[in-house]
Design a binder for this molecule. Structure first.
Ligand SMILES: NC(=O)c1ccc[n+]([C@@H]2O[C@H](COP(=O)([O-])OP(=O)(O)OC[C@H]3O[C@@H](n4cnc5c(N)ncnc54)[C@H](O)[C@@H]3O)[C@@H](O)[C@H]2O)c1
Length: 304
């Protein structure tokens, strides 16, 4: 199949590109390299350095490439950044998504399927019951979470208008090789990067905040399955386990034989305190189950 992967120079997107190419698909990457890197690009993929908000350029690419599938991973993907300065996140994640959908509706061909990377970590707010299933009311606490909710709704609207299929994944915290240690999200990479420089990582809050960590190869597997299955569904992708910041700090410290303590700073408003995701729907619908446990995942993420 001809597949456009947006964000294909980024952390998750680049792993998906590799898997699609390995499976024999023709892949076209659109990425403006805001947080992605040329070194992540698969040489067998065609690359357009372009901004998904740029209507003229995206129109030209879709008219030329006529994709059967769009796998949309390009985004500004940091909660803290979105809280400090909401507009860029809303512009890229909402208007950029609408621009892709508009063009896909007109110039996509064949089976036409739109796969989207949404968030389970930032879309439900602070649910009463954990792990949160897809029935948990959506209640984003940050512009980032809101932008993903709006992205999901746009997809449903355009899919109906233009009669194409979609699959939406709500990921928990994804980690693994190629995650940027200089970003603000992705604590395994950030802690690991700082510890290697003998610098003390910062924990926002007292270390008891919990997240659900899923290894990137498990996320890639979901995106492979989504080429055939899961039509019209919004599905959580996570392990359903709550892991604290302190647990991650200790696991990364022990892997890198780091012995200093973290620096504690105040909890950042708009960040969720506790979240974990129930992924039973993904198991039932597309046969997805996580394969990599946290210990093995952290070892792989930090190996060079
Ligand atoms: N990493 C996680 O834990 C996580 C969790 C839930 C959802 N997601 C979603 O998965 C996707 C990928 O996240 P990631 O962690 O790989 O982040 P990433 O920053 O590594 O990847 C995002 C990519 O999008 C590109 N990009 C940003 N703005 C763009 C624009 N205007 N036009 C074109 N390209 C643009 C960046 O250059 C980058 O390569 C994002 O949509 C993110 O919201 C990630």
């Amino acid at each position: 199949m001809k597949i456009i992967v947006t964000g294909g120079a980024g952390f998750i997107g680049s792993h998906i590109v590799d898997a699609y190419i390995k499976a024999g698909h023709k892949v076209v990457v659109i990425d403006n390299l805001l947080t992605g890197f040329r070194k992540n690009l698969n040489k067998k993929a065609k690359f357009y350095k372009a901004d998904i908000r740029d209507s003229a350029t995206i129109l030209r690419i879709f008219k030329k490439e006529r994709p059967e599938v769009v796998n949309h991973h390009a985004a500004i993907a940091e909660v803290a950044k979105s809280l400090r300065d909401p507009l860029p996140t809303l512009e890229v994640n909402v208007l950029g998504t609408a621009n892709l959908l508009n063009n896909f509706g007109k110039y996509g061909r064949g089976a036409r399927r739109f796969i989207f990377a949404s968030t389970g970590g930032a879309i439900y707010g602070e649910p009463k019951n954990l792990p949160a299933s897809e029935k948990t009311p959506v209640n984003p606490l940050s512009p980032y979470g809101l932008s993903k909710k709006l992205g999901e709704d746009l997809i449903e609207y355009y899919a109906k208008q233009h009669d194409f299929e979609f699959v939406i994944f709500r990921y928990s915290n994804v980690y693994g090789p190629r995650q940027n240690p200089k970003g603000e999200a992705g604590v395994v990479a950030i802690f690991g990067g700082l510890m290697r420089l003998k610098q003390r990582p910062i924990i926002f809050g007292d270390g008891s905040k919990t997240r659900d960590y899923v290894f990137v190869s498990d996320v890639v597997h979901a995106n492979m399955l989504a080429l055939q299955k899961g039509t019209g569904k919004r599905m959580n992708i996570g392990r359903g386990e709550r892991v604290s910041d302190r647990d991650i700090f200790d696991a990364v410290s022990s892997e890198l034989r780091y012995s200093d303590k973290p620096i504690y700073k105040p909890f950042r408003k708009g960040e969720v305190r506790h979240i974990s995701l129930d992924a039973k729907l993904a198991k039932k619908t597309i046969g997805w189950q996580p394969q990599v446990n946290l210990g093995a995942g952290i070892r792989k993420a930090l190996s060079r």
